[in-house]
Write a protein that binds this ligand. Sequence first.
Ligand code: NZQ
Ligand code: ZN
Length: 383
Amino acid sequence: MNNFEITVPTTIVFGKDQLAQVVKQIHKHYDGQKLLVLYGGGSVERSGFLDRLKDALSSFERHFFKGIEANPEFETLMKAVEYIREHNIGFMLAVGGGSVIDGVKFISGAVNYAGDPWEVLQRKPGTEFTSAVPFGCILTIPATGSESNSGAVISRAELKEKRTMGGPLFFPKFALLDPTFVATLPKRQLANGVIDAFMHTMEQYLTYPSGNLLQERYAEGILSTLIEIGPKVVEHPEDYKLASNLMWCANQALNGVLRCGVATDWATHMIGHELTALHGIDHAQTLAIVAPRLYELKFENKAEKLAQYGRRVWQLEGSDREVAAAAIRNTEAFFHTLGVKTRISEYTTDYMETPAIVKQRFTERNWLKLGERQDLTLGKKAL
Ligand code: NZQ
Ligand code: ZN
């Protein structure tokens, strides 16, 4: 088992009818009055939730910022940064999915940053966010795990770029996980949530046997649960049992616990982010495109773990190689049962230049060796 360190400081409040807990949590972390609620394109207005939230927060001086896009956009987030500076906001409440929560993480760091915050996302030497406006969140879509981790992914459309950031400053103070939000999600977002949670687990599992037996069983538990509930929750998002299991799986898949003591891959995500930046394909869809092909490409390196995955998660039988190959086929078929396509040509016709652009970007960033063995290189077959 590898050495590890873990801190998971975000308080999780799980379940329905818990708005009073949100107010208590804010008071616990903020003794001022000025609160900014940030949300996305309006799903929380349409569901009537925002009105209930306004009532619950009536003891605060409430401000609102609407319009954080899916794949949160730098320009929009900078408007929120200006608003916070102008109005002296002391606490933020993110109401939404990974995009709103990630956006709020970025805003929280950018508010007190003197230079151009894009430099920090570019990882220019000597640049970093050194303080963060405290924030909590209300999760409306189970997928990313952003509600209790410290990472964020920010897009800049004019540059067709998507950049990551993070660090201990950016853990939400608390997260409300209310599965009743799942009921209003469109099928596409439900399938995205299942696949993102599945792939977060795979990135921290489908490597090589780690010696951390508990973590491997834990990952297999999440994968098995997602296979069991995934297709059902896409059809019946109003089913509280299904919805709550999806929400908890998605949270557990990326709250930091799975990575303890094990090797991690993350190459599917790094390539996938470029497909979103270049083609606007949904995050989870990019993972469904990249992962099966990446597992085929790295079959020899991953064969041992693929066989373990095939036997324990898919109950497959046969030789190691047969089981490993069938496990990849089952994974791709699972994505199909969720209604998600796994070929880039099914999303765009404009992909011929994509490998060259990705290769150039990874070269500029010195991302020359990816994967758990640092052996996924930019050779001709890298994509
Ligand atoms: O904006 P609104 O109107 O709310 O609509 C949203 C949005 O269009 C809608 N939605 C959310 N909750 C809803 C709802 N519609 C109806 N009912 C509800 N209850 O869903 C759409 C997608 O929302 P978004 O927040 O973009 O989805 P997701 O949670 O999948 O987040 C994706 C973003 O997170 C990043 C991705 O790259 C992408 O930018 N990621 C963040 C990670 C992290 N911080 O740890 C890790 C991930 O790997 C990922 O990269
Ligand atoms: Zn993801």
